[in-house]
Ligand binder design. Sequence first.
Ligand SMILES: C[S@@+](CC[C@H](N)C(=O)[O-])C[C@H]1O[C@@H](n2cnc3c(N)ncnc32)[C@H](O)[C@@H]1O
Length: 318
Amino acid sequence: MPGEVQVLIPDREASSRLASDRIEILSVELLDQNRIIIEDLKHLATTLGLEFGWHYLLDLCWILSLLDLRDGLRVMDAGAGTGILQWYLAKRGAQVISVDRLSREALPLRFRRRFRVRGLRAEADLLPSGRAFLRNFRRPVHGSWARKWAVRVVAQAKDLWGWLRSPSGDGGVLIYNQDLAHLVDIAGDSLDAVVSVSALEHNTPEGLKVVVRELMRVLKPGGVLLATLTARVDQDWWHEASSGWCYTDHSLRQLFDLSPDAPSNYERYDELFAALKNCAELREGLASFYFSSDEKGMPGGVWDPQYQPVGVYKIKHG
Ligand SMILES: C[S@@+](CC[C@H](N)C(=O)[O-])C[C@H]1O[C@@H](n2cnc3c(N)ncnc32)[C@H](O)[C@@H]1O
């Protein structure tokens, strides 16, 4: 198909895999270190009609620069929503289990053929394409009768156009609409990696402990958990606008059961935060949804970061 995205080789090779657990506040330097990944992600996002959360390019670069991504990699995207990471991984040949407690049973058609999407529990997780198409056509739209029809027809026509694209890469995505605390359909010791972009902070501290235990259960020995969450320096903080917890270094160690020796860069919190607030590239790239909502972490589209993204890297030992 015209406009098909080239699969590009990441800037930092997988040899950068870490030998031990660590906590890393995500520096804006990741942007310059991962230009090729960023271009590839942006191109893919455009073709899928997706936009990035305000710090997601950092989260995605951190995960993708550390993940040993290869054909056939069995990886879970934990709290995936319809986010870009699962599509990127499938395009690069991974077999992705996409888990979210919000149902994606009516997943738009443009994702389905292109990334070989199936439901883990057949129709319980993914409605047949025709039913999904009709349901999405009928979804609520505000405004006059004429506007409702125009919005629906344009959206569904774009979706059908996306559906015509040939499958990308050899990977696939298995949709599993389930809480991460109860992955009852996934065998223990079965996955090479678990990745998670800005999802786990939407659990209470008690709930997160259960989720982490479950994610570690499904990993194979030697497998890695690469999760990004949100950080605050002095005490845990509930950020109302994004409905998420921002965690201290101390809390992350406890919640992820990390050793006190695991390296962390929280001592650079203030310096990294100043650089983030001054990052013109992220500020100028704010997604359109921030300008139409006060409930999405950057109310009204006013650039005013209240926390930093942080990555937790945890290896499952045998
Ligand atoms: C901010 S969204 C990020 C979605 C996606 N990772 C992305 O990159 O766009 C957080 C997602 O995590 C999901 N989530 C959080 N905690 C979860 C849990 N315990 N079980 C399943 N899904 C969870 C939410 O339902 C939501 O869809």
